[in-house]
Design a protein. Sequence first.
Length: 545
Amino acid sequence: MPEQLQSIVANFRSFGPRRLAILGGIAALVLAVVGVASVYLNRPAYETLYVGLERSDVNQIGMVLGEAGIGFDVASDGTTVLVPAGQTAQARMLLAEKGLPTSANAGYELFDNVGSLGLTSFMQQVTRVRALEGEIARTIQSITGIKAARVHIVMSERANFRRDEQKPSASVVIRASSLDADKSAMSIRHLVAAAVPGLDAERVTVLDSSGNLLAAGDDPNNSSAARSIGVERTVETQIEDNIRRALAAYLGPDNFRASVKADVNTDSRQTEETIFDPESRVERSVQVVRANENSNQKQSATPATVEQNLPDAEATATDGPQSTSASDRKEEITNYEMNSKRIATVSNGYSVTKMSIAVVVNQQRLATILGKDATPEAIAARVADIQKMVISATGFDEKRGDLINVSAVEFIDGLDGVEIASPGVLASVGQHAGTLINAAAFIVVVFLVAFFGLRPLATALSKPVPAAIAGPSFDEVQRSLPTPDAGSATAEAPPALPGARPTAIDDLRNKLRPAPQDRLARMVDINEERTALILRKWAAQEVAA
């Protein structure tokens, strides 16, 4: 055995069995305290399993999870069940097999208890709406930051004598923090509109538990003003990127700054145009009319004579004037169709009406590039070249009224507006506050146990017994005392040696083992007859000795 191990074994043997037992007990106590503290302070984090439950559901869920060996906790409101992180899916599958939860805001589970006998169409419709409301509420509650949700849906009704069909509408009440509620209101509107047939997002109203209106009516993101602002920002960002790509390779990304202001027209335009081409014509119809007319006229007349007045006299007719006419008419009508083209143009895009560009360049960088020839005239010429590059990269149009300004200035060292500031120390500490508190508490517990437990023990064990103390040793005094029966009290502590000063181990021993007088008084109080029997045996042993 090596000498180091031999010295360690010899030191432990010099302590004696009693000291070793005390040392082992304190070591076991320290390990137990450290283990319990580490387990308690490093408990697994809990995550939400269900919220907005009834008391009966909470009790049933607790019984099922307890039988399955899954740890759980109930929030202070009594309606939220928490399980360790990573066991949410397992717990929900287990509860789904048991048909839990069965709260009033259940979803399609309502159809499990609906019988077909005596069920009217109205009851079916109401059950369907209730189930849809419950499923949508569950989905909303799964969004981060939403603690509870309640959904009301009004479906469209069909009637035989109604011309206009009523459109569906919905209202949602959520309970969440103010920031999460404001961010999630628009998302919740689109979620509900997509889940209900025929429902528009504009007809969904979202409120919080305090009665504050979060979203209603038209979507402000789809308004003309918001659209114009978004298009302007997109155009400005694109032009700035073009300038950055053109100058970064030459000047470096930190040696210039570009700013663009664009006036964009986003009005919708509809243009209709009809074009006629007189040079190209096509016969549409031809109509030909022909007419021939011939007429003869002949007249006879009786002359006025005396014979007309005689009875039975026949007057002789004579020939009168004659006329003959003939006409021939031809009419031809031709209809022509002119070639025409109709153009209808609808534009929902945008057009840039005016653009202002400002570019500042680091003068020190230009001086470095020019070297010894860095005169003010040379720098001005280089700035003019950079301006030409910017004009080509941005689509500058002077006729449109665009403005551009490129200047060379001195940059301040240490300032860079492009980088985004990182979160501060307080933000990082707040994010990891729980972990830091657990670690600090664990370190404090270990320090207290080591300082008040191990340090006094090591001091007491390492302190030597004074040589001036005369008399028998502790083991000899212990063996000299009479030994009681097995069922009686244990051996008393040895009396204090004359002239000896109490040590730390003696104080510890006196605290762990009471004085003989106290033990004897306690034995008399417990059982007087047995105590008297023990005292007689001790007296008999002394007389025999």
